[in-house]
Design a protein around this ligand. Structure first.
Ligand code: AMP
Ligand code: MG
Length: 522
């Protein structure tokens, strides 16, 4: 029987109301609430790596006891389940109290002195469920489960996923909010992270003038997760909060640089979906760019303003950090240091982005002129429909010979027959400049290729691949989930046995629901 501890509930402030009904909660960090008993829980998949991380013994599967815990059917020893209270800005507007509407935290397991929180998503309603039912459907749970693990293996900071369970209950959803509700298979994902604390957890206390709670939560976060920032004296000062905010800005910028590197579009970068640890969190209508289109967003709810489109992600991260700064301001009572840090964000981001782009192009250093090389390439990729992943992966084969460009790039185009003369001219110019730049490179050709191949993934959890796995899982066959999990374990490796998965989005997926368009309904 696993033994949990309860860092969050032990050190922070509980809601005094213990009944589980939907309400506005005041003066609390969290509310106690229990998962709903699932009708017929069934383990569909689990991540061996996360089980190992948690030191869970799995000879060839999770034990029956663990399966019951991960379905919300049984509580582990000392597990005191709770939902967190937080607020947020949604699509730029203040939304007030949000909170864990369908996530229930089970508590921590402590591994190598590091607390790791386990959280069930889709295990039933909480006081924060607002108009929702607290449940989740299979399609969105498969997407969250697979992408959490895929992102981790891509080397991108993310919450993890231990398990995917079917609950045995059906859940009704109107997928496109167009008056066509349907019964879908209910599912539960167990997410794992140091904590699930978001920007919005701080925002709620600032908004409702709960300054004691704001300080309590900030000190809790720093003591447990940013202890390296605490001065020798052991006391947290205004200076500590400032350094902490700076660390959050850097972690967030680093995460976004990774997203841009692989073409990940989160889709719902609301402040309640921003982890205080700089982890990718809350996989909803996310997607990966197939053809490189800076204006693309997978989220149909955002189709008009495209606030959360690929190219806008760094700006939104900055905007969200401004909101976090406003929330923690009462701890510091001085705008200047917060403004200074925020003002440094664009340059810090730009520097990291340039380093990342240099690696994508196999360059060991960044020089003055490289900025235009990088930006011109992005323009070029958007000029003709070009598959981002395939283009960069094939680019590693470019050895400076301009006559090889045609054959190198061919497989990346969605319409290879209709490349315009303007495009071909721009492409020649770019490759000419790149070829010249490569001559300044001080690493060997082999080192260059290795650098590119560990920066540019060969395999990506493309939307259409997930959709194929979801359609099969909906019909009772989870084998494709296992195949994708396996491929995405080594996204930078050649894996010739999975060569078929190194392909552009097929035409059938161009406008299909779940492939290029996703709603928030999940
Ligand atoms: P999201 O857009 O998924 O980040 O969700 C925004 C807010 O809505 C969070 O507070 C969620 O917990 C809540 N929420 C989303 N879906 C549901 C649901 N099915 N039941 C209850 N709350 C939900
Ligand atoms: Mg969320």
């Amino acid at each position: 029987m696993p033994v949990f501890s309860d860092l969050f509930t032990k050190e922070l402030t509980a809601d005094t109301e213990s009944e589980n009904f939907i309400r506005q909660v005041s003066a609390a960090n969290f509310s106690y609430c229990h998962p709903v008993q699932p009708k017929a829980p069934k383990l569909l998949s689990y991540s061996k790596e996360v089980a190992d991380l948690l030191q869970i013994n799995t000879s060839n599967s999770l034990s029956a006891e663990w399966q019951a815990i991960l379905a919300g059917a049984k509580l582990a020893e000392n597990s005191i389940p709770f939902a967190m209270r937080y607020a947020g800005h949604q699509f730029g507007n203040w939304a007030g109290q949000l909170g864990d509407g369908r996530a229930i935290n089970l508590g921590n397991l402590v591994v190598n002195n590091q607390p790791l929180e386990l959280q069930l998503k889709g295990a039933g309603p909480t006081p924060y469920s607002r108009a929702g039912d607290g449940f989740a459907v299979l399609r969105s749970s498969v997407r969250e489960y697979l992408c959490s693990e895929a992102m981790h293996h891509l080397g991108i900071p993310t919450t993890r996923a231990l398990s995917l369970m079917a609950s045995g209950d059906s859940v009704t959803r109107d997928m496109f909010y167009d008056g066509h509700p349907e019964k879908e298979i209910g599912a539960i994902v167990c997410r794992v992270a140091p904590s699930f604390i978001r920007f919005g957890n701080f925002q709620i206390h600032a908004a409702y003038q709960e300054l004691d709670l704001l300080k309590q939560l900030a000190d809790f976060t720093i003591r447990n997760y940013f202890s390296h920032l605490i001065p020798q004296s052991g006391s947290i000062t205004k200076e500590t909060y400032i350094t902490w905010f700076s660390a959050i800005c850097h972690n967030t910028a680093d995460m976004i640089v990774h997203w841009q590197r692989v073409g990940f579009v989160h889709g719902v970068m609301n402040t309640d979906n921003m982890s205080i640890h700089g982890l990718t969190i809350d996989y909803g209508p996310y997607g990966f760019l197939d053809n490189f289109d800076p204006d693309w967003t997978p989220n149909t709810t955002d189709a008009q303003g495209k606030r959360y489109r690929y190219a806008n992600q760094p700006y939104i991260a900055h905007w969200n950090l401004v909101k976090l700064a406003e929330a923690i301001y009462p701890l510091i009572e001085d705008t200047k240091p917060l403004e200074d840090i925020l003002n440094q964000f664009p340059q810090y981001y730009e520097d990291q982005w340039q380093n990342m782009m240099a690696h994508k192009l196999g360059l060991d250093t960044v020089s003055e002129q490289d900025s235009s090389l990088f930006k011109d390439l992005e323009k070029l990729l958007a000029m003709a429909e070009t598959d981002m992943t395939i283009f960069y992966r094939e680019l590693a084969k470019f050895d400076g010979q301009l006559d090889s460009v045609n054959s190198l790039t061919e497989s990346a185009y969605y319409n290879p027959q209709s490349l315009s003369n303007d495009y071909l001219k721009a492409r020649n110019q770019w490759f000419f400049a790149y070829s010249a730049r490569l001559q300044q490179n001080s690493i060997t050709e082999a080192e260059k290729i290795a650098l590119m191949n560990r920066t540019n993934p060969k395999y990506l959890l493309r939307n259409f691949l997930s959709q194929v796995a979801i359609d099969k899982a909906d019909a009772g066959d989870c084998s494709e989930i296992e195949i994708l999990l396996e491929i995405m374990r080594n996204p930078y490796a050649e894996q010739p046995q999975y060569q078929d998965y190194y392909q552009k989005r097929p035409e059938w997926a161009r406008h299909k629901a779940g492939c290029s368009m996703l709603s928030c309904s999940s």
